[in-house]
Design a protein around this ligand. Structure first.
Ligand SMILES: NC(=O)C1=CN([C@@H]2O[C@H](COP(=O)(O)OP(=O)(O)OC[C@H]3O[C@@H](n4cnc5c(N)ncnc54)[C@H](O)[C@@H]3O)[C@@H](O)[C@H]2O)[C@@H](O)CC1
Ligand SMILES: Nc1ncnc2c1ncn2[C@@H]1O[C@H](COP(=O)(O)OP(=O)(O)O)[C@@H](O)[C@H]1O
Ligand SMILES: [Mg+2]
Length: 280
């Protein structure tokens, strides 16, 4: 097992060429935010925006539109019941699904639409409620997809892998990852106070930083958005995922130096400045 180190940030974060444009930094669609959990998808979208994705769209319950645009007018909106959602999905480099999605019949339908329409040149990031959906029905896991990144916390991983939290050892986690994703290129980001990252080729990484001030609702939604932003602009590599995990906690630690509680939105606010320090 290897520790993720600061070097990952200089390796992954690139200075932007002068002649680049938004089309060079990836299109991300975030799907989630039921009537009760709009904040989750707004936080994820804000994280994707502040981590540098070129174009960001959110498919969510219509009730979230005003809040989304009041907070981040840079982000585009589509009602998640709009028929054009399928066409939009096909144009994306990255789809992040799950923050605040909820678990009703409509959420199931959305997952099934993603599963049927995603392709080999797209990245799928599954978080929160989306993980509960695939734990109930494995047929919702697409077979044709470039990369799947799953970001469960330990309880979500218990539901998905059937491994009780106290039995979530590295070898059990690796076995479960391979069993759940037999043919897909998949990365497991198992979140805890020391998040572990696993690949199907038996690589294991541990995040040595982060702090309990980060134990605040929305912190994982923010991580999912950062992974979306990083994979959209820096590519579908393991390194992009490791860098996202590291910078999320690094921002959290900087905020915690003089704050008892770390708000997820403050992590996002810090990203542009932190990224400029490591870009080369
Ligand atoms: N502002 C918002 O709209 C928010 C919406 N959220 C959404 O709420 C829905 C439910 O997600 P939850 O994660 O709360 O629900 P879950 O019921 O899946 O898990 C939460 C519970 O799991 C247990 N647990 C054990 N180990 C844990 C670990 N390492 N990390 C976290 N919890 C651990 C804790 O008892 C915790 O109360 C998701 O769709 C999520 O996206 C949350 O993200 C919070 C913020
Ligand atoms: N004690 C802690 N130390 C370090 N990181 C933590 C701690 N508690 C939570 N985190 C981080 O916060 C995030 C929580 O994710 P999650 O539980 O999915 O939050 P939410 O669903 O509320 O957005 C994870 O990235 C986790 O690593
Ligand atoms: Mg979560």
């Amino acid at each position: 097992m290897a520790e993720i180190t600061e070097d990952i940030l200089t390796k992954v974060i690139k200075k932007r060429p002068s002649n680049s444009h938004k089309g060079n930094y990836g299109r991300v669609l975030l799907i989630g935010g039921s009537e009760n959990y709009g904040g989750a998808i707004i936080m994820a979208a804000e994280a994707a925006l502040n981590s540098g994705a070129g174009l960001i769209s959110v498919a969510t319950h219509a009730v979230n539109l005003d809040a989304l645009h009041a907070r981040n007018p840079e982000v585009m909106f589509i009602d998640w019941r709009d028929r054009n959602l399928v066409n939009l999905m096909k144009k994306m480099d990255v789809i992040v699904c799950g923050p605040g999605l909820g678990s009703g019949t409509f959420a199931l339908q959305l997952m099934s639409t993603i599963c049927q329409n995603i392709s080999q040149n797209q990245i799928l990031i599954l978080d929160a409620s989306a993980l509960d959906m695939i734990s109930q029905d494995a047929k919702l896991i697409p077979t044709q997809v470039g990369l799947v990144v799953i970001t469960p916390h330990q309880m979500e991983w218990q539901r998905l892998s059937q491994i009780r939290i106290s039995y979530q050892t590295d070898s059990a986690n690796l076995d479960a990852l391979k069993k759940i994703f037999p043919t897909q290129n998949a990365i497991l980001v198992l979140k805890s106070n020391h998040t572990h990252v696993y690949t199907k080729s038996n690589q294991i990484f541990v995040n040595p930083i982060g702090n309990p001030g980060m134990a605040t609702g929305g912190m994982g939604d923010t991580l999912a958005g950062i992974i979306g932003g990083f994979t959209a602009q820096f590519g579908d590599s393991l390194d992009s995922v490791l860098a996202a995990v590291f910078i999320h906690s690094l921002a959290g630690d900087k905020i915690a130096e003089n704050n008892y509680v770390v708000r997820p939105t403050e992590i996002s606010a810090m990203l542009p400045q932190l990224m400029s320090q490591y870009a080369n």
